[in-house]
Every structure is written in structure tokens, then in C-alpha cells.
Design a binder for this molecule. Structure first.
Ligand SMILES: [Zn+2]
Ligand SMILES: [Zn+2]
Length: 144
């Protein structure tokens, strides 16, 4: 935990940003809930437990900054809510998601698996791929 915070601090510094206490509190909430896909409001409620004086706008700006720096990815599972997801350290691409239409659970696939598809897209559409989003909707192993 502390090591990852240290590395995130360095990432911010390299872009001339500071890890202020409010930003650190937001990063901690994301790390503590890494398996969840929290909305800005969820993050805000959790940060507020430790920093009662913090405002939603501050949390929101921090999440946008972390998204810009690719520390966090913003994702929408089709319910109109933006959720924030920590990027795996060293990952070039955003991980994939399995969203269960029965129980609403979200599982993650860390393997990229898309190399072949990307090659085809890059060639056929002459498109330089920088990232992708892939969400599968279906029925999870628990609900089957
Ligand atoms: Zn995820
Ligand atoms: Zn399920």
C-alpha cells in the first residue's frame, strides 16, 4: 500500500503535481477498494469518513487528474454512472470486465488477449491503437 502510494506520488511529481492530503486520501480509498468499481460519489462518501471537510468537487477533480495521468481508468458499464478503476501497475492497456446481467457483479480479466484483434484493426483501418475498453455482458459462474 505505502509503496504504491509512493509510486503514485512520483507519477504526480513527474507531471508537476503534488500529492496533497486530499489527493492522498482519495488514492487510499481507491487502493483499499481496488476490487470495486466505485463511482465519484462512492469515493467521496469513503473519503469523507476520514476528511469530513472535503468537498465532492475536490474528489471529482482529483479523480479527473488521476484519469488524465492514466493512474486510474474511467469506465461506464452502461448504467450511466462513471466508475473509477485503478490501472494495474505497468499495464499498457486497460483490463477487461465481465459484467453479470443477473447479479451485477463485475469481474476482471487482466490478460490482454486482444493482440491479434488490434493487429487487424491497425492494419485494415490504418488506426494507431492507444488503448481499448472491453466489457462482456453475460451470466457469471456464480449465477449459472
Ligand atoms: Zn476493473
Ligand atoms: Zn452473477
Amino acid at each position: 500500500m505505502e509503496q504504491r502510494i509512493e509510486r503514485i506520488k512520483k507519477q504526480l511529481h513527474s507531471q508537476s503535481y503534488k500529492l496533497t492530503p486530499q489527493r492522498e486520501a482519495t488514492v487510499r480509498v481507491l487502493l483499499e477498494n481496488e476490487d470495486d468499481h466505485l463511482s465519484a460519489e462512492d469515493v467521496y462518501m469513503l473519503v469523507k469518513e476520514k476528511y469530513p471537510e472535503i468537498g465532492l468537487a475536490t474528489v471529482y477533480r482529483t479523480l479527473e487528474l488521476l484519469t488524465e495521468l492514466k493512474i486510474v481508468d474511467k469506465i461506464n458499464f452502461g448504467d450511466g454512472v462513471s466508475r473509477y478503476d485503478l490501472r494495474q501497475e505497468g499495464a499498457d492497456h486497460f483490463h477487461h470486465h465481465l459484467v453479470c446481467i443477473e447479479c451485477g457483479s463485475v469481474d476482471e480479466i487482466q490478460e490482454d488477449l486482444l493482440e491479434e484483434v488490434e493487429k487487424v484493426v491497425e492494419k485494415r483501418w490504418n488506426f494507431a491503437i492507444k488503448d481499448h475498453r472491453l466489457t462482456f455482458h453475460g451470466i457469471c459462474h456464480r449465477c449459472k
